[in-house]
Design a protein around this ligand. Structure first.
Ligand code: NAP
Length: 249
């Protein structure tokens, strides 16, 4: 087995936490992003490339036995997955791991749909694979909660709930997968609690706040009300709560 692990998106919020774990396990790491960053670690090579535009992939994939595909954004994750799967096939990658989002196949939102398509592409790629779907990070929920907490009365969209998870717990699970054999679809990883907007804002503010329920319209509103963004009983739950994160990010 080739020891080098390529992490696409290794400069991002999750990737930055995964790379040191792979290094601690003794692996050489390549990081691919559009804006490579300086590193003091001779065991980490930063490469410039673009998964959506298919730039720099062959050079990055050559000789990496495992690829952890974390690069992603608001748009283009399906296209990126296609490019990554093709590069992995050309390079003979032994294990391709995709991070996805809980509810990808259910939520009627472009980001989720692209992730669902990315899952399908990786599953059908012919490259040995693992897929981990995770719920929103605490940092993803934070700007919404911070903004709402500034208002004298919190508008709480009816039925909108999150189960935020800590980035370190996501990184640890991804590193574990990258250091193991291809596992197919593994149980979703979500945060320890399902919280509505009123509970998120109260914990952030340190006290209960006046709230007013507001409707969530349309298909997206219905999907949130029905909990289509939430993990089911088969999910693995992290331990670090939203309140913990608010006190110590
Ligand atoms: N954050 C969450 O709540 C959450 C939940 C579930 C799943 N995820 C998924 O987890 C992955 C990582 O999330 P994150 O929160 O760490 O994201 P992030 O902080 O925004 O980092 C994204 C990373 O991907 C790179 N990237 C973006 N577009 C790229 C492109 N076209 N080509 C090459 N590199 C590209 C970025 O670097 P450059 O900008 O320099 O290219 C960066 O390294 C994403 O796929 C995201 O969809 C996130």
């Amino acid at each position: 087995m080739n020891d080098t692990i390529l992490v696409t998106g290794g400069t991002g919020r999750i990737g930055r936490e995964v790379v040191p774990l792979l290094r601690a396990a003794g692996r050489e790491v390549r990081v691919l992003s559009r804006h490579p960053q300086a590193t003091d670690d001779p065991g980490v090579q930063q490469l410039e490339g673009d998964t959506v535009e298919c730039r720099g992939l062959d050079a990055a994939f050559a000789g990496a036995g495992t690829v952890l595909h974390l690069a992603g954004g608001a748009r283009g994750d399906d296209r990126a997955a296609r490019n990554v799967a093709e590069a992995a096939r050309r390079a003979g990658t032994g294990h391709l791991i995709l991070i996805s989002v809980v509810g990808a196949a259910r939520m009627p939102i472009g980001y989720f749909r692209a992730k669902a398509e990315a899952e399908r592409i990786i599953e059908e790629s012919g490259v040995p694979w693992s897929i981990l779907a995770v719920s929103q990070l605490h940092e993803f929920v934070l700007p919404l909660v911070r903004g709402l907490s500034r208002l004298p009365i919190t508008p709480a969209p009816r039925g909108l709930r999150f189960e935020p998870v800590h980035r370190a717990e996501v990184a640890a699970r991804l590193a574990e997968l990258a250091l193991s054999r291809p596992a197919g679809r593994v149980p979703d990883l979500a945060g320890p609690e399902v919280l509505d907007v009123a509970a998120l804002v109260a914990a952030f503010a340190g006290r209960p706040r006046s709230t007013v329920r507001v409707p969530l319209a349309g298909a997206i509103g219905r999907a949130y009300r029905e909990g289509d963004n939430l993990a089911d009983a088969s999910a693995v739950r992290g331990e670090r709560t939203w309140s913990d994160f608010v006190r110590r990010p």
